[in-house]
Design a protein around this ligand. Sequence first.
Ligand SMILES: [Ca+2]
Ligand SMILES: [Ca+2]
Length: 381
Amino acid sequence: MSKQPTSRKWLVPAIVIVVAGGAGVAYYGLRSKPPMAASVPVIAASPADEFIATVENTDQRPDPAPDGMVWIPGGEFSMGARSPMEASDLVGMQATTDSRPIHRVAVDGFWMDATEVTNEQFSRFVQETRYVTVAERTPTAADYPTAAPENLKPGSVVFAPPDRAVPLDDHFQWWAWVDDADWRHPAGRGSSIKGKEKFPVVHIAYEDAQAYAKWAGKRLPTEAEWEFAARGGLSGALYPWGNNFKENGQWMANVHQGNFPNIDTGADAFVGIAAVAQYPPNGYGLYDVGGNVWEWTSDWYRPDYYRELAASGAVTRNPKGPDVPFDPSEPAERKRVHRGGSFLCTDQYCSRYAVGTRGKGEITTGTNHLGFRCVMKAGAT
Ligand SMILES: [Ca+2]
Ligand SMILES: [Ca+2]
């Protein structure tokens, strides 16, 4: 495996996009305790850029529960992340600039996979359908006209940490294109998922996730559904489980400790990726909505989308994202929103396991820290 990113021009955008999705840093100034979910309805619209209580829908939970899914009641909630004190945004990655202002959103109830989709589950889909993921397909000259013919090989982007500390302003130091990396071979040729049946499937492009969801009779969550679910009934908490990164001294998510990117000490019990559901679930019974692997949502990415919704002054019902994607840092790329952070996130470099923050990724690009989970509408079973 190369320790350096490829020089293939057609891969460079992919790598930049991947890292942009997972690299933001900010440590919030927020330390105050937010209100818990209210037991009485709150009718008023949210004051600008403030969290107010979550009001869950009171519809009865439909039965039976689909296998491996939990009921998310939906309701009205405050979506987004609190503005950091700019002076405390120590590393300057501005993790909340695209998740402001906080605005009021309502979503209908739905079922959601309790865990990230696993290798075992994805294998069943592939066995039944013979589906071939994007990473396994040989890129064509028609799609990548500037690529040298010898570079048109299947593969994906893999975290390949350097053996020493490096400045954090050059992600090419720790991401590499690896020929033949795909969901069955997460680190490239010679690697396998044997014994990793309960690990989240990775190297999944957006269309791969969509294909699986369709086969399973499900769909991908909207960004609003994902955030409502991940908050677990809490309002304005920093994390899916509350405001303390460790609860009573206990690690609550698989993230990165040590020194990013070269030393992952695994103080949280896992170096790198972990099997799903190794930490306590959130208030709705969802595992790993913070950390382990990033998760696709169905919304196109735009950094100004929340500003647009907030400007309407109304509660937005079931938002589905902007009509077209736009990322000013890479305007030619089409990106959708990623959520939840990964085993590579650290307060040193990427704090986007914080529940209101957003990630983004070019839709044909998978990595070994990106997966997904699905949702299903009420009454579908
Ligand atoms: Ca870890
Ligand atoms: Ca996750």
